[in-house]
Write a protein that binds this ligand. Sequence first.
Ligand SMILES: [Zn+2]
Ligand SMILES: [Zn+2]
Length: 315
Amino acid sequence: MRAALLRESGRPLEPAEVPRPEPAPGQVLLRVRACGVCRTDLHVVDGELTHPKLPLIVGHQIVGEAEDGRRLGVPWLGWTCGACRYCTSGRENLCDRARFTGYDLDGGYAEWAVADERFCFPIPEAYGDLDAAPLLCAGLIGYRALRLTGDADRLGLYGFGAAAHIVAQVALWQGRRVFAVTREGDEHAQAFARSLGAEWAGAGPPPEELDAAIIFAPAGELVPAALRAVAKGGTIVCAGIHMSDIPSFPYEILWGERVVRSVANLTRQDGEELLALAPLVPVRTTVEAFALEDANEALAKLRRGDVEGALVVVP
Ligand SMILES: [Zn+2]
Ligand SMILES: [Zn+2]
C-alpha cells in the first residue's frame, strides 16, 4: 500500500510502498477514507516528541471503513493496559503504558490501517468522511479541555485553529460566551472566529475578564497572558501536547484561586460524549483536503498557521 513514512525525526515524510498491515486478534483492518492533520503530527515529525516508533506512519484522526462496511474513527489513544492505577480509576488517558496512534502505533497517512477495535468510535451518520476526521482529535481534545473549564461563562480560546473552531461551536451551544485570541495581524482567523459566533476576536487582551481560557497555541508566553485575562477562580487549560517554556510570572496573577492545568490525551468516554453531541449542536467542521502525496505540504501549511479550520489527508 502507499503510505507517507517518517523514517527519521526532523525529516520530511517520504512517499513509500509498504506492506498492508495485518490485523492482530482484537484489531480491525480499515481502508482509510480520510485522516485529519493535527499539530501533534508536526511535533512528531519535527522531533519535539522524542520517542516515536520508526519508521512510522503518522496521523491519529482516522476515518476508516471496516471490511463489513462500518465506518470507524481511530483516535490518538490507541491502546491502554487496563491494569495501572490510572486505567482502574477512570483515567485511562494517563495510562503509564498507553500506546498512541501515529506515534507508538502506525497511523492513518496511508491507504490502510489497523486499530484495536475497543478504542475505535462509530462515525455519526450525519458526517462525511472528511468532515468527521477533525472531530477525532481536534474535537475530542478540545471537548475534554472545555469540560475542564467547568461552567465558565466567558471563555477565551487562544489560537483559533482546528480545535478552537469545533470547541467554539460546542461552547456557544452550551450558552457560553466565546472570545478568540489570535496572533497579531491574523485577521483571517479573527474573521473566521466571528463567523462562528465568537463575540470578540483580536490579538490583544479580550475586552472584558474571562472566566476560563483554553490555550491551543503551543506558545508558553500565552500562559501568563491568559492568567492576566481571567477573573478570580478562573482556569487556564493548556490543551497541546507540547508547548514552549512558560516565562516566569509574578505570583499575584495566579493569586485569587486561578488555576493553570494541562489536558492530556483522551478517554473513550470523551469520544463517546463528543460524537453523540456533535450532530446535535450541530458542529460543522471546515476542512481542506490534501492528497496523501501532498502530506508534507499539509504539514507545512499547518506550521505556517495559515489554515481555516482543519486539514485532512485523503489517500
Ligand atoms: Zn494503564
Ligand atoms: Zn491530535
